[in-house]
Design a binder for this molecule. Structure first.
Ligand code: IMP
Length: 432
């Protein structure tokens, strides 16, 4: 059986966590493949909210195997806290259920210190990162000086590795950013306070575990974090995250051939949001934007920052469909758009006096775009209690239909609230 990848088709915060949680009920394994504690995946089960940052969003199903693959940057302190919180909430989190790749990058306090020092230094020009150390951790990986998870279990060599890596970090922190030096011994001691909690979940070979499941014809779900327009190669660079957020990254991070990833689900909100700096063509800086922000509770689950809000951007969505190979869409938070007289949808951009229909690859050009907005009539009804697609108001169905026809990709799922049962299926995502 092939694997299904779930990716964000906008600027993150699309609702991937909810969808993974729902789909995991019919899958065997969930593999988180990139990002780190910058993500905030919110799951609501019977009204009870759980926010996950690193642990795959299938974890609330006790019998599913949840893997953290090597492309993830693992903040061990955040991870230990997540495990503790889940246990306190009554989930057992057995070592058979959660497995962390020995080869994943360890994100350590000096990564956070550097991320925050750089953002402070950039002041007005800052990226608006989450401050979780993501960029510096991926830099270390690419520069071949990162500590990987297996290094943290190896007490014999750990201190020497920390001393080596901190030599350069401290030069940057103290000389360039005027931040206090970080001592290798302090980091070593901090690691010892949590490592025994994490050790039971270690695994050597995520690739082998995934391959075994696929060979047995079991369903494997790949969980992306952030969104397409935050991708390091194809997003609005440099206002992006430091990993590839695209479906193809799942194959590389988990170590399975790309032909296994045949179902690519793109998750998007019925409107758009962006948190942090960078261009956002359909941003609404007026009362309508403020209303969407309030009704959609558009405040970051990781940083608490207010998210910028705007109309749905179909040019950007088509770009995401192309980059990922999306062949199934999930529209989230349609309920948030109730009770608007009219709803704007961006179908093109004006650039230098011309109308264009492709998302520019130059961020400079993206910042000059003026959206071409078409208006559809809104609906008055509350959608949160709707149980089937056919029961949606005609105007909401027309909104869904407009998007489907414009982007040329089927919408299989529509979400009308945060809970599992507020999920309406047009077509099952798993069809085997
Ligand atoms: P970083 O990933 O913390 O380095 O942040 C880089 C950019 O990605 C910033 O604009 C962040 O706001 C954004 N970002 C990172 N993670 C998320 C996420 O999970 N949702 C939405 N935006 C994110």
């Amino acid at each position: 059986m092939s694997a299904t990848v779930v990716v964000g088709a906008q600027w993150g915060d699309e609702g991937k966590g909810k969808l993974i949680d729902v789909l995991a009920a019919s899958a065997d394994m969930v593999v988180r493949f990139q990002g780190g504690s910058n993500a905030g995946h919110t799951l609501v089960v019977n009204g009870k909210k759980t926010v996950l940052h690193l642990i795959p969003s299938g974890i609330l199903h006790p019998e599913k195997m949840c893997l953290i693959a090597s492309g993830v940057v693992v903040d061990i302190f955040g991870l230990a806290e997540e495990i503790r919180k889940l246990k306190a909430a009554g989930f057992s989190i057995s070592p058979a259920q959660l497995l962390i790749s020995d080869n994943a990058t360890a994100l350590l306090p000096y990564h956070k210190a550097l991320d925050q020092a750089r953002e402070k230094d950039l002041s007005d020009g800052k990226i608006g990162t989450t401050g979780k150390g993501i960029g510096p951790a991926y830099e270390d990986r690419a520069a071949r000086r990162a500590l990987v998870m297996s290094d943290l279990y190896d007490n014999k060599n750990l201190m020497a590795k920390l001393e080596f890596v901190l030599k350069e970090k401290n030069a940057l922190l103290t000389k360039l950013y005027d931040v206090t030096e970080i001592k290798a011994k302090d980091i070593y001691d901090q690691i010892q306070t949590v490592i025994e909690e994490i050790k039971p979940y270690r695994t050597a070979d995520v690739s082998l575990l995934v391959a075994q499941k696929l060979k047995l014809n079991r369903r494997v779900l790949f969980e992306g974090a952030q969104g397409t327009l935050l991708d390091i190669h194809h997003g609005t660079y440099p206002y992006v995250t430091s990993s590839s957020t695209l479906a193809g990254a799942g194959s590389i991070s988990a170590g399975v051939g790309p032909h296994h990833l045949s179902k690519i689900v793109g998750v998007f909100k019925a409107y758009c949001t962006r948190v942090g700096s960078g261009p956002f063509p359909t941003e609404l800086t007026n009362d309508v934007g403020a209303r969407i922000q309030k009704e959609g509770h558009e405040f970051g689950s990781t940083t608490g920052r207010a998210r910028r809000c705007g109309w749905l951007d179909l040019v950007a969505l088509k770009y995401a469909i192309r980059l990922n190979g999306i062949n199934s869409l999930a529209m989230m938070k349609l309920d948030v758009l109730s009770d608007h007289e009219q709803l704007g949808i961006c179908t093109g951009y004006k650039l230098n006096g011309e109308i264009i229909h492709e998302f520019p690859t130059s961020t400079e050009l993206v910042s000059q775009l003026e959206p071409v907005i078409e208006y559809l009539p809104g609906w008055k009804e509350d959608l949160t209690q709707v149980k089937a697609i056919k029961d949606l108001p005609m105007k909401a169905l027309a909104y869904i239909d407009f998007v489907t026809r414009h982007v040329g990709c089927p919408i299989d799922v529509v979400s009308v609230g945060p809970d599992r049962d507020q999920t309406l299926w047009i077509k099952p995502v798993f069809q085997d």
